[in-house]
Structure formats: C-alpha cells, structure tokens
Design a protein around this ligand. Structure first.
Ligand code: SF4
Ligand code: MG
Length: 334
C-alpha cells in the first residue's frame, strides 16, 4: 500500500464568543510512504491547525467538525485523546519551531531521549542509552556522549533542533510533521537542518509533512507542495512544476515575495493585503480582494479545487474553460 495518509474534506472550526472561525475549511490531500510534502501559506492560512488536527492536538474551543484523517486505514479524526497519545511519538512524530519549549529544561538531553525510546520501544535502559547516543551521532551532533549529559539551555538553537529531530526519529515514526522547524534558525544552520532531514528520511523511510510560510525552504526539501489560503487548499503540485509555472495567483504572489538564492539584489514584491478574517470572508473566491487577476465572476462565485489534465490541482476560475470563454482579455499566465 503506497498511501500512508489520506485527509478528506477536513474541517476544523474554532467556536469563539466572537463567532465561528473556520480555520481549516474542507481540506483534502494525501501523502505516500516516504514522501516529502510541504504545506505552504501565510500565517492564518490554516496550515498549522491542519497539522494539529492530524496530531489530535486541537484545543478548545477548536474542534474537528467534519472529514476524515485516514492513517494506514485508521480514521484519526475519530480517535479519543488516549488513542491519539499512543499514535503520537510512535507512528507520527512532530517537531516545532522552537525546540526549547518542547525540551524540558530540568532534565538532560540524554535523559529525555532515553525516556522517549523507553516509552516507545521494547528495550532495557542500557540499550536505550546506546540508542540515544547513536541517534545523536546520526543527526550530526559532535561529541554526542558529552551532549547526552548536557542540559538543553547549554546547546545552540541548531543543536537543539537536531536533538528534537533525533527524539522524533528515535521511535521510528512513519510520518514526521515539522511545523516551521527552521524558522528560528539562521540561514546556514537552516540549510544544514533541512539537509539532515532529507538524509534521515531516506535512511528511515519516514514521510515528512513540512509546514512553512517560506517557499524558499520548500524547494530544497520536498517532492510535492500543497498551498493553503484562508483555510483551503488553493494549489497542489509537484515542486518542480510549481516553481516553474505557478498556477494560482496566490502561489505566484508567494513566489514573487520569496528571495532567490542566485539573486540577492532583486526587489521582492509582497502580496498586498492580508488573509481575510471570518467576518469579512469574501462571498466568491477568498483571494479575490488581493488578486491582481480578479474578474467580476470571482466576486460572486467560489471556485472549487479542480484537477487539471497534468494532475496538478488549482482553485481558480482562470483555469475554467467555461468561465474564461466569456472573458475578452485573458491575462498572460506564462
Ligand atoms: Fe483571482 Fe479569480 Fe482566481 Fe480567485 S478565482 S484567484 S480572484 S482569478
Ligand atoms: Mg504556524
């Protein structure tokens, strides 16, 4: 079986006093075994809530109200908290932006790594220690024995993130969800961590979902990209085609605002405006108020995510032949 994860029409809403916030609003995607996928979008796009939903970590007043999260034939959307706890750190592991908040400051690195291994694998303490040190070495930590005895605060941000990756991979997860794992790190360290993740995935055959606002890190790491906007998927594509020929105007905007490594002097355009709040959600296309290609049709009609003949998905009327046949001046999208 090739498919590891299949998310179907997922809706995660937050029921606040000010009203209902549809943070994730009908999201569908799938991930194959060992595949590297990125979910990209600005803050407020719903990408983090999507990952929290998969981990069973959505907190009150949030709730999964619709859809399924099929992981190896089990629907995680229906799992109880205690069932999810068994899945987390076992079959699915997660790393976050700031490892200091997920590492306990009063215990040594070794202690925490060893505990994680003891909890998830059937080995004795001596073996768990050996495995911990070997894991630290595998994630490229020099003087692993010494780091094993160190406390989190004595390590640099990059080293702490390596420790978190070691911890996440120590239980051999089938899926690793990484939410902005390199955002707090400087560019050089960031590149090293991404390279490390890429190597480890090959070695352990783990699939990765990388959650990021930064298309720049995506190009280096993943096979496929899912672009989210205002709680929905607006484009889905293999990484090469996405960079070469972005289809959704929002993806184009994201790319225009991403610095290219070759060209540090270029002027970056940012996408005007912000992600709409629920109370001002446009009636038609959710991107319409910010879209440079918006047509009258877009104001009143909400586009669906359509699969184009080459297998890429896009949610935009510009790719609908029926709608475009009445439009006199088609924009140049090449
Ligand atoms: Fe822009 Fe219209 Fe496409 Fe929405 S549907 S992204 S407004 S062109
Ligand atoms: Mg986030």
């Amino acid at each position: 079986q090739k498919k590891l994860l299949e998310v179907n029409d997922l809706k995660t809403y937050f029921f606040t006093e000010g009203g209902t916030i549809p943070s994730v609003d009908g999201v569908s995607f799938s991930v194959d075994r060992g595949e590297l996928v990125a979910i990209v979008g600005e803050s407020g796009s719903g990408k983090s809530v999507t990952s929290l939903s998969m981990m069973g970590l959505v907190e009150e007043p949030g709730k999964i109200v619709n859809g399924s999260i099929n992981f190896e034939g089990k629907d995680l959307a229906k799992y109880t908290n205690s069932q999810m706890r068994k899945i987390r750190g076992n079959d699915i592991a997660m790393i976050f932006q700031e490892p200091l908040t997920s590492l306990n400051p009063v215990f040594t690195i070794g202690n925490q790594l060893k505990e994680a291994i003891l909890e998830h694998q059937n080995v004795d303490k001596k073996k768990a220690k050996e495995m911990s040190i070997s894991m630290l070495k595998q994630v490229g930590i020099p003087r692993a024995e010494q780091v094993y005895r160190s406390f989190p605060h004595s390590l640099s941000g990059g080293m702490r993130q390596r420790v978190m990756i070691a911890m996440a991979l120590s239980c051999n997860p089938k899926l690793l969800i990484a939410d902005e794992p390199t955002t707090a790190l400087d560019v050089t360290i960031q590149a090293q961590i991404l390279e490390l993740m890429k190597d480890l995935v090959k070695k352990f055959d783990t699939a990765i979902i990388l959650i990021t606002h930064d298309l720049g890190v995506v190009a280096e790491l993943v096979d496929r990209v899912i672009v989210m906007y205002a709680g929905q998927v607006v484009e889905q594509s293999d990484v090469f085609s996405l960079f070469k020929n972005p289809r959704h105007p929002y993806t184009r905007g994201l790319l225009d605002s991403t610095p290219k490594v070759q060209d540090l002097d270029e002027e970056l355009k940012s996408i005007q405006g912000t992600v709409p709040t629920p109370s001002e959600m446009p009636a038609g296309c959710r991107f319409e108020p910010r879209c440079p290609y918006a047509m009258d049709h877009c104001k009143t009609h909400e586009p669906k995510l359509e699969v184009l003949p080459d297998g890429r998905d896009v949610r935009c009327w510009l790719y609908d032949e029926e709608v475009m046949k009445d439009v006199d001046e088609r924009p140049d999208l090449t």
